[in-house]
Write a protein that binds this ligand. Structure first.
Ligand SMILES: NC(=O)c1ccc[n+]([C@@H]2O[C@H](COP(=O)([O-])OP(=O)(O)OC[C@H]3O[C@@H](n4cnc5c(N)ncnc54)[C@H](O)[C@@H]3O)[C@@H](O)[C@H]2O)c1
Length: 500
């Protein structure tokens, strides 16, 4: 029976989550944060309490990620029966225990209870849908939507149908997950373990072999990943990473150079024959993945990525303020153009990699995106001064920009790493003036050369609920006041002096 959707992925309002343990609860939190109404059902007696605890515990992280308009834990309903949970659903996510017989009968029950034309997705970690859809009456709408724990933080979902699934249902589910903020991989064939779990499993089995044979300790194995390749995998996959190991010759050189070692017993997993077709598939695949990025671009991206991961995980100290914050400016030409108050500030340097879709038809950073990057730097300043996402959500208070003066000083080519150094120019009870200076980074991730742009910003601390400016919290005002770089030199460069 072909699948005829009852609604478009764009029109989904209510999601039913059936099975509300670790994964089902994680899905509930994710869908709530994306602004959906969620109905959950789980047969366990204490399921509702556990689920609400999971959602509450996840909510601060979800706030940091950014909530959709109207998103609220209050939009969760726990249904008394499976039938009640799915009766009004526009999409169903099944996350019951990983037991084949249970999945088979549960999917058949869900199929019978869910309105026709509604896609039902299973979170299964490894069963092919073909094996699970055997007893359903309308198997064409059953798909796998395999998440990673926790589904509200890890973006990936792998989507695939079974023999009796209509490809239209797979396409519908992929589009829906995409709209719901997931990173979707749509597979065109069933593969036990899908993609990511096969890769994880290969590594896991080799780790078990090494421990079983006394070849490495558990500690060695974990350190070999967290101190080694794992640092790169968060932002660049293993294929592109290996292509860089081939230097400017890329994947072709890498395979020609290291290909023969595929015959060596480096792992218990047998390597495929590296014939011409496989070599070309790898080389072409890496070229596609690299897109317009040159070897130098990719190296710069990798280097900055590793530095970012090392910093984010506390293994590298935050950068010390650049010498240009000392009384002797390190960039005389920049300071000649605009004398600035140069003094040590505790405000951290904000870093940003230029995104591909920020590039205009001239191959450089588009005008509006300079301002976007400065906006991110202002967010970082808020985070650093106690006005972060948690404060904003709790109080409804935030910084509002009322005046900005941007100078575009130089082009920013694609692939650039940017750093924004922020100097506090002045702070009063409700007002704050800052100067952002944007630099391109050297390969070590440090700002280099003259600023490519500056933004002078006058902001007010506003209470949205009261609709007016209000005083900063004392701690924030003290912190910002301590960072102020008092100097008459900046006066007259685009920002009015701010009164007390
Ligand atoms: N845990 C992971 O890391 C992970 C990752 C990806 C996918 N998955 C998959 O997600 C699914 C759920 O795994 P989990 O880790 O959340 O397990 P879990 O044990 O934490 O949760 C399972 C929940 O299902 C409920 N349940 C039991 N019988 C049920 C039924 N007949 N109908 C509906 N619910 C029922 C249980 O009460 C429990 O709350 C499995 O298919 C698993 O393979 C798990």
């Amino acid at each position: 029976m072909p699948f005829t959707p009852s609604t478009t992925p764009e029109s989904v309002r209510r999601v039913a989550c059936v099975g509300a343990g670790v994964i089902g609860g994680g899905w509930v939190a994710h869908f709530l944060a994306r602004g959906y109404d969620v109905t959950a059902w789980d047969p366990a007696e204490d399921a509702e309490d556990k689920l609400r605890r999971l959602v509450s515990a996840a909510w601060p992280a979800l706030e940091q990620l950014g909530l959709a308009d109207g998103a609220s834990p209050d939009r969760l309903t726990v249904a008394p029966t499976l039938a009640a949970a799915v009766a009004d659903a526009d999409f169903v996510q099944e996350s019951a225990p990983e037991k084949l017989e249970l999945k088979r009968s549960l999917l058949a029950e869900l199929d019978a209870a869910t309105p026709p034309g509604v896609v039902i997705a299973s979170s299964t970690s490894g069963y092919p849908m073909t094996d699970m859809q055997t007893t359903a009456t309308a198997p064409s709408r059953l798909v796998v939507g395999h998440p990673f724990n926790p589904p509200y933080l890890i973006p990936l979902v792998e989507v695939v149908g079974g023999t009796h699934t209509d490809p239209a249902a797979v396409a519908w589910a992929s589009r829906f997950y995409d709209l719901a903020g997931k990173s979707v991989i749509t597979m065109d064939r069933e593969l036990p373990g899908f993609i990511a779990n096969r890769l994880q499993e290969a590594l896991w089995r080799e780790a078990l072999h090494m421990v079983a044979n006394g070849e490495a300790t558990v500690e060695d194995i974990d350190a070999s990943i967290t101190e080694g390749p794992g640092l790169r995998w968060a932002f660049m996959g293993p294929c592109l990473t290996f292509a860089l190991a081939g230097g400017e010759g890329g994947m072709a050189h890498m395979l020609d150079h290291f290909g023969p070692s595929l015959k060596s017993p480096w792992t218990r997993l047998e390597a495929p024959e590296l014939d011409r077709a496989l070599r070309d598939a790898m080389v072409d695949g890496c070229a596609t993945a690299a897109g317009d990025r040159s070897y130098a671009d990719l190296v710069a991206e990798r280097d900055q990525g590793v530095i970012n991961v090392l910093r984010a995980t506390g293994r590298l100290p935050q950068p010390t303020p650049h010498p240009s914050h000392s009384p002797q400016p390190a960039h005389p030409t920049a300071s000649a153009r605009l004398p600035l108050p140069l003094r040590l500030s505790p405000i951290p340097l904000f870093r940003q990699v230029v995104q591909e879709d920020w590039i205009d038809y001239n191959g450089h950073l588009s005008e509006a995106y300079y301002v976007l990057v400065f906006g991110f730097a202002t967010d970082a300043l808020m985070d650093a001064s106690g006005l972060g996402a948690g404060y904003r959500a709790r109080t409804g208070r935030s910084l509002y920009t009322v005046e900005a003066h941007v100078r575009y000083l130089d082009e920013v080519p694609r692939g650039s790493q940017l750093a924004v150094r922020t100097t506090v120019l002045g702070v009063a009870a409700k007002k704050l003036r800052v100067l952002h200076e944007m630099y391109r980074c050297d390969p070590a991730g440090e700002p280099s050369g003259d600023p490519v742009a500056t933004e002078e910003l006058f902001t007010l601390h506003v209470d949205q609920r009261q609709g007016c400016a209000v005083p900063f919290p004392d701690a924030t005002r003290d912190l910002l006041a301590a960072a102020v770089a008092p100097s008459p030199e900046w006066a007259g460069h685009g920002i009015r002096p701010v009164g007390a």
